[in-house]
Ligand binder design. Structure first.
Ligand code: MG
Length: 158
């Protein structure tokens, strides 16, 4: 089996949609990024890439590639899940956490799990948590938010 860790952060910006875990969340700002800025998807994607030993998200999806400009990050995750499958692995478990002062995310967690299962994350094999940063640091000052994920891959059942 293989384990991987992923971390991502994005700056809040006006005039952008806030998308986390493939779900659009009502808020006065969104996340700045080449893609849709979905930090949770990026952290999970990087955790899977790490478990595969295949570099990092920037290697697979460079910001110089216009294909991913404002693209849904769920599509990046799907591409990496396909890579994982072709390497002979399946997801045993993903645990993740979003660190943000606002907005409150509890009501959107189930929707995120559903959106990620549509991307190919086996349903019932992902945990998504949300917490504040106790008003400390960049997340505490609401300059942006961060996400962390770990992923355990196991050989696919034959
Ligand atoms: Mg990112």
């Amino acid at each position: 089996m293989r384990i991987g860790i992923g971390y991502d952060s994005h700056r809040f910006a006006e005039g952008r949609k806030l998308v986390l875990g493939g779900v659009e969340i009502p808020f006065d700002r969104g996340l700045l990024g080449h893609s849709d800025g979905d930090a949770l998807c990026h952290a999970i994607t990087d955790a899977i890439i790490g478990a595969l030993g295949k570099g990092d998200i920037g290697k697979h999806f460079p910001d110089s590639d216009n294909k991913w400009k404002n693209a849904s990050s769920v599509l990046m995750l799907k591409q990496i899940l396909d890579l994982s499958s072709s390497e002979g692995f399946e997801i045993a478990w993903i645990d993740s956490v979003i660190i943000t002062e606002r907005p409150k995310l509890a009501d959107y967690i189930d929707g995120m799990k559903q959106a990620l299962s549509q991307a190919g994350v086996p349903s019932g094999r992902i945990s998504i948590k949300a917490k504040t940063n106790e008003r400390m640091g960049f997340a505490g000052r609401e300059e942006g938010l961060a996400a962390q994920a770990v992923c355990l891959l196991v050989p696919k059942e034959k």
